[in-house]
Design a binder for this molecule. Structure first.
Ligand code: EPU
Length: 424
């Protein structure tokens, strides 16, 4: 279990390029199950979750080749009959997004058996909406021995309304509906940019989808999908993490290759608390000269403030003047970074799904433990801003979603080193 060793404080300054979005690349990889023809994906981030899904796809009879230009090319290698149609527990338990193969397998092969993901560090995270959506398209769904088993001769288009906007739920049902007979109307869909990116890929493969990015998505089912080449969008959460780092350390960072529109909820917030935000062809520049002012925050589905930046925002608020109340409305257990920040000197009171951060408080380096992907990122930022040495343990969480984080931070001036801990 490697660790990050950080010596602070450092003012982050310079330019950094956003990687491709993990949460767009994952459904894009799953979508390649929908066709027999090769799909070429560019800007796939080299992070652990992507490797996990590639392993699952190979298990499902696909080949996943990395070309010299960095593209990943996925194609069916073995007929599905010769490979298992199942996503086993061992793979799904390490990454919930494995459930994204359910819709494509069912639509393309008429059956799928996928391990139920179970809870995780940030909450219970059921998949009932994925299953209800597939049932609405005519699938038979059965739960047995910890697995979801689904079956359908051919899915039929239908009207379905999600009880709440769910990102991977929308993606799963969208992929299934792409090959259903007739028209599907999905209501109360997740509007995240990653859903739009998936719809763009599916359309490039020959699907007929309109309305992605809005609450209602209409899908005219087609009989088959073909080859495509697609560029994954920039990771707004990864990029947003560096911009928060810039603000937190009173730095000056330009993020290259990211979408201003996708980052708008964060950029508006950074401007509100006193950062200077400039956008242009060069990238998105965030710098702070004076004091930061505390500001309340509620996480919300897109276009609200993303839950995946809530932990980093909490770290930022420890350096702002005043009291910030942060309410986490998406996941029920996503404040595990708060006690670790408190060990570094933060003044935070957690009460249910709310946390009050009193700032500014000087942070001091400490040994801290990462509990999930975004909590780890928050602790790394805190370490960069803190006086002295911080050791962040269990950075495998970080490696699930941040490409070359220590190198990117080093390029911005941070003193971060990876401690490789040999297996016992
Ligand atoms: N929900 C249900 N039933 C369902 C599906 C969702 O009750 O069938 C609930 C969830 O428990 C949660 C809310 O609906 O309270 C929204 O969850 P959602 O389904 O949107 O989350 P997800 O699709 O499982 C994706 C991202 C997460 C991100 C959330 C919210 C991927 C692979 N994961 O998860 O990313 O936090 O959307 O934006 O896209 C991360 O990258 O660190 C991460 C956790």
């Amino acid at each position: 279990m490697d660790k990050f060793h950080i010596v602070g404080p450092t003012r982050l300054a310079g330019r950094v390029r956003a990687s491709g979005a993990k949460n767009a690349a994952l459904p894009a990889l799953a979508a390649t199950l929908l066709t027999e023809e090769p799909v070429e994906l560019h800007r796939v981030p080299r992070v652990r979750d992507i490797r996990t899904l590639c392993r699952l796809l190979v298990h499902l009879g696909m080949s996943c080749d990395e070309r010299e230009d960095g593209a990943l090319v996925l194609r069916r290698d073995k007929p599905i009959e010769a490979s298992a149609d199942e996503a086993p527990y061992d793979l799904v338990k390490t990454m919930r997004a494995s459930v994204l193969v359910l819709g494509p397998l069912l639509a393309r092969y008429g059956h799928a058996r996928v391990s139920l993901p179970g809870g995780c560090a940030i909450g219970v995270r059921p998949i009932d909406q994925h299953l209800k959506g597939l049932e609405a398209l005519g699938a038979e769904v059965r739960l047995s021995h910890g697995y979801v088993e689904t079956r359908a001769d051919r899915l039929r288009g239908a009207r379905f309304r999600f009880d709440m906007p769910t990102v991977t739920g929308t993606e799963n049902v969208l992929m299934a509906a792409a090959l259903a007979e007739g028209t599907t109307v999905l209501e109360n869909c997740a509007r995240e940019p990653e859903v739009v990116d998936l719809a763009n890929l599916l359309n490039a493969m020959g699907a007929r989808i309109s309305g992605a990015g809005e609450e209602t998505i209409v899908i005219d089912g087609v009989r088959g999908l073909g080859a495509a080449r697609h560029d994954i969008i920039a990771d707004r959460i990864e990029g947003g993490t560096y911009l928060i780092g810039a603000a937190m350390t009173r730095g000056d960072v330009t993020l290259e290759g990211a979408s201003t529109a996708d980052l708008a909820p964060l950029l508006d917030k950074l401007a509100e608390i006193g950062a200077t935000v400039e956008t242009g062809p060069e990238g998105i520049r965030v710098r702070v000269d004076g004091d930061l002012q505390a500001s309340d925050l509620d996480t919300a589905p897109h276009p609200g403030f993303p839950t995946d930046l809530q932990a980093q925002y909490m770290a930022l608020m420890t350096q702002a003047h005043g009291v910030a109340t942060i309410r986490e409305t998406i996941f029920e257990n996503r404040f595990q970074h708060a006690p670790e920040l408190m060990r570094m000197g933060a003044d935070i009171r957690v009460d249910g799904n709310g946390a009050r951060v009193h700032g500014p408080t000087p942070l001091t380096g400490a040994g801290v433990m990462a509990t999930d992907l975004r909590a780890s990122a928050c602790l790394v930022l805190a370490g960069v801003a803190a006086e002295g040495e911080t050791v962040v343990d269990r950075i495998y969480h970080l490696e699930r979603g941040y490409e070359s984080m220590e190198l990117k931070l080093q390029s911005l001036g941070a003193r971060v080193a990876r401690w490789v801990v040999p297996a016992a």
